[in-house]
Design a protein around this ligand. Structure first.
Ligand code: PAF
Length: 262
């Protein structure tokens, strides 16, 4: 039987809960909720490597460039708590907007290179919002290790740079993408797809996984599917893709074999 999870909201409550655990290592998994097996695997890894495990659940408004996307983002608080309890988290933190953004977002973290390409190009302001909130969360939790999924590989790289640049004393740990049995990367957004959309998303994942062919050939194969390509790009030994299926934006990436590096 899993131990009872502590639910906290204010920063003071969170700090008191961490201190009361008195453990030398703290693992932190920042999330926006609507949790699935992919998140559970991050929490399980944090559980295996740390004395105390904290998960934040905060739908961060500043990283949504589209207000409708923010509105439609699933909020599943009770189910999230159950999943976190089962995965072994000690503390779930639901940050308060007024505490996180006491400055009304006057202070922001801008990165001027990687944040402007791939997802940054099609989602202006997204990475500024993400980096700003992540820096705040890292400063508050002060974890030994902080865990991010590789599905958002661009995010992971930006967060690594953030931690190095601002001397944040936490180790950023990247975790392999969790996929369903047909290779589709798990995402909270998959829940918005109908059966036909799911089939298309899975066919896309299968096509993307064939890394031995050129981007042009991949583009030709994807043109046969009922989807819209946002971007398809090879960069620093990885192939990155973002698509729209039934109006839902999905991202994925995979490592390229050495001979395909562009
Ligand atoms: O990947 C996410 O869920 C979010 O971008 C994060 C890291 C929790 C920041 O809001």
């Amino acid at each position: 039987m899993a131990a009872k999870i502590r639910i906290v909201e204010s920063i003071a409550e969170l700090r008191a809960a961490i201190d009361s655990k008195g453990s030398p290592s703290v693992g932190f998994v920042p999330t926006m909720g609507a949790l699935h097996v992919g998140h559970a695997s991050l929490v399980e890894r944090a559980r295996a490597e740390n004395g105390t495990v904290i998960v934040s659940v905060f739908v961060n408004p500043t990283q949504f460039n589209d207000p409708q996307d923010l509105e439609r983002y699933p909020r599943t608080r009770e189910a999230d708590i159950i999943l976190l309890e089962k995965s072994g988290a000690d503390i779930v933190w639901f940050p308060r907007y007024d505490e996180i953004y006491a400055d009304k977002y006057r202070y922001q973290i801008h990165e001027n290179e990687l944040s402007l390409v791939l997802c940054g190009k099609s989602r202006p302001g997204h990475f500024t919002g993400m980096l700003t909130v992540v820096l705040k969360l890292l400063q508050i939790v002060r974890a030994t290790k902080t865990y991010f999924g590789e599905k958002d590989y661009q995010q992971l790289e930006l967060v690594r740079g953030l931690a190095t640049t601002f001397f944040v004393a936490t180790e950023i740990v990247g975790c392999a993408i969790s996929r369903d049995d047909q290779g589709l990367a798990l995402s909270s957004r998959n829940a918005r797809l109908g059966p036909a959309g799911l089939e298309t998303a899975r066919a896309f994942a299968k096509e993307l996984a064939v890394t031995s062919r050129s981007l042009e050939d991949l583009r030709i194969s994807l043109a046969k599917l009922p989807l819209e390509i946002d971007y398809l790009e090879d960069r620093s030994g990885r192939r990155y893709a973002a698509i729209f299926v039934e109006g839902v934006r999905l991202i994925d990436n995979c490592e390229l074999k050495k001979e395909n590096h562009s």
